[in-house]
Design a protein around this ligand. Structure first.
Ligand code: IMP
Length: 430
């Protein structure tokens, strides 16, 4: 038995929620290791829908430990709200089943404001962020001026830290022509929220290490998708954290040998929210149809997702940058009824054939997808629970994807219902 990391193999929204929930039943602990409440995970359990943004998916299952690792950026006010919402739905969130890394970075209201201000500005680069303050919080972490979870335990030491932070932010705010932040007010609001967060704070790396030595099973729950990774994604149209599977180790305080099996989640087509390159995007009625059938609207922000054909070149890339052992392929049924289906197998860049997305922004915008056409199927694949229930052409499509991306399909999901799943290989078996 091994630990499992779940990562999005595209631009996020691949349907990780269902897969993570299904895997979490077999896990002892579920760990978030990057991102923040920019994520949106929908879980449907016994007919009840739970929408999570920051809390690990294990939280809705009794007897599981949920951990927010050091790689996550934590908005304490949001966290308190999310806990209250879940409590209202009858889910117990206590210091026994939730632990937050003492060395995780805090998202402050000034981060959210800055994120919003940049996104709403008429000039400059529009990333299309979730406006939750994720980027500015990571900037402060790397800039060595962040306020961290552990700092909530020592309010008396906050003035010096806040002063250093505001020396940066107030200079920025003066330049932007917005009101400066009053350090005393910020400290007062942190002192007010601290008692609600502190009971959950823990030396997470040590606890996880002990659990691992004890043979407990860890599920590392990735948020977003590898193409939004700060290093390996479509920079600068990315989020501000590392998303690739290796981050599961860094973002939780365990060594890389703790990772085990890497499960990449990919949709049978492609979607993206926010700006940035998307070679196989369909700005036509097919794109519309995929969006309507696939209900492609953001969980958190309600934004309409851009839709296009499956890009095997991109997934082949994330299979390599994340060391993906197997894929969970989701939403195959959305392709039911198409006469032909296209799959991108590589790109044409200025008349040259290339097999991966180049790193440069201008080149990424210029690539033209090279497609392979695959015959579709007219039957329904929705709800299939075995290969025998799938039309032959649908099986061919899956097999071709496996060949093109260089990884086998370990799990095939055929509807949002947890039992509508074809299991080829249990990731926890390594
Ligand atoms: P940020 O993470 O809010 O800074 O947004 C940066 C980019 O990542 C934007 O294109 C967002 O739309 C995208 N993004 C962030 N979180 C998610 C997610 O959970 N699913 C899909 N896209 C996301």
């Amino acid at each position: 038995m091994t630990n499992v990391v779940v990562v999005g193999a595209q631009w996020g929204d691949e349907g990780k929620g269902k897969i993570v929930d299904w895997l979490s039943e077999q896990a002892d602990v579920v760990v978030r290791f990057q991102g923040g409440h920019n994520a949106g995970h929908t879980l449907v359990i016994d007919g009840v829908t739970y929408k999570l943004a920051l809390l690990p998916s294990g939280i809705v299952r009794k007897g599981k430990l949920s951990v927010i690792g050091n790689g996550v950026v934590v908005d304490p006010w949001h966290l308190v709200e999310e806990i209250a919402k879940l409590t209202g739905q009858g889910v117990a969130v206590t210091p026994d089943n939730l632990k937050i890394a003492d060395n995780a970075t805090l998202i402050l209201p000034l981060h959210r404001q800055l994120d919003e201000l940049r996104e709403n500005a008429s000039e400059g680069l529009k990333i299309g962020t979730t406006k939750r303050g994720i980027g500015p919080a990571y900037e402060d972490k790397v800039g060595r001026r962040a306020i961290r979870v552990v700092d909530l335990a020592d309010i008396d030491a906050l003035p010096g830290k806040v002063e250093r932070l505001l020396a940066h932010h107030n200079a920025l705010r003066r330049g932007l022509g917005i009101a400066e932040i009053d350090g005393r007010e910020l400290i007062a609001s942190l002192a007010e929220i601290a008692p609600k967060i502190l009971p959950f704070v823990d030396t997470v790396w040590a606890r996880l290490d002990a659990m691992r030595r004890d043979g407990r099973r860890i599920l590392f729950e990735g948020a977003q998708g590898a193409l939004l990774d700060i290093d390996h994604g479509t920079y600068p149209f990315v989020t501000s954290s590392n998303i690739v599977a290796a981050q599961a180790a860094t973002g939780s305080g365990l060594g890389p040998s703790a990772i085990g099996y890497v499960l990449g989640i990919a949709k049978a087509y492609t979607t993206r929210v926010g700006g940035g390159p998307f070679p196989t995007e369909l700005n036509d009625e097919i794109g519309e149809l995929l969006g309507v059938r696939g209900r492609e609207f953001g969980v958190n922000t309600g934004r309409k997702r851009r839709c296009g054909w499956f890009d095997a070149a991109l997934v082949r890339q994330t299979v390599r940058t994340s060391g993906i052992h197997g894929l969970a392929l989701t939403k195959l049924d959305i392709l039911d009824g198409f006469e032909t289906i296209r799959v991108c197998v590589g790109y044409d860049l200025d008349g040259r054939r290339i097999d991966h997305l180049p790193a440069g922004q201008a080149e990424q915008a210029r690539v033209i997808p090279v497609y392979e056409e695959i015959e579709g199927w007219s039957e329904s694949t929705a709800g299939a629970r075995s290969w025998a229930e799938l039309p032959a052409q649908a099986v061919k499509y899956v097999r071709r994807i496996e060949e093109l991306v260089g990884a086998p399909v370990a799990v095939l999901s055929t509807s949002p219902e947890r039992d509508d799943t074809i299991l080829v290989h249990n990731p926890f078996e390594g």
